[in-house]
Design a protein around this ligand. Structure first.
Ligand code: FES
Ligand code: FES
Length: 106
């Protein structure tokens, strides 16, 4: 794996910090700005941030929207979401985020 990816250079917030905030329920730029401490003051990072927020599983290329739809359509366990969307079936690092989507329903 490469070096940890910095998303907000001003406040030194890494990709992993954003994912952690998402696992704790952050879904919007505003929520991530507040929870992870992203400054949101440059357009470049803001557009990159939206990409991170839109993606749930990088390994399988599954979006947040696809997982939310699966949950809304009745997938109420991480295993069911994995089966339906393939999210989480590779490295497994996104499973905590899938669990949080199930918990919050969004
Ligand atoms: S430097 Fe903080 S969001 Fe761009
Ligand atoms: S990020 Fe989802 S399986 Fe790796």
């Amino acid at each position: 794996m490469g070096a940890p990816r910095v998303i907000c250079t001003r406040n030194n917030i890494f990709y992993g910090d954003i994912r952690k905030a998402m696992c704790e329920g952050a879904r919007t730029k505003e929520e991530v700005m507040e929870q992870a401490g992203v400054c949101g003051e440059c357009e470049g990072c803001e557009s990159e941030l939206q990409g991170v927020l839109d993606s749930l599983c990088g390994c399988k290329g599954v979006s947040m929207e696809e997982v939310i739809n699966a949950v809304n359509n009745g997938a109420d366990t991480v295993e069911k979401v994995m089966e339906e969307t393939t999210a989480g079936t590779d490295c497994g690092r996104c499973k905590a985020l899938i669990a949080n989507v199930i918990e919050l329903g969004r």
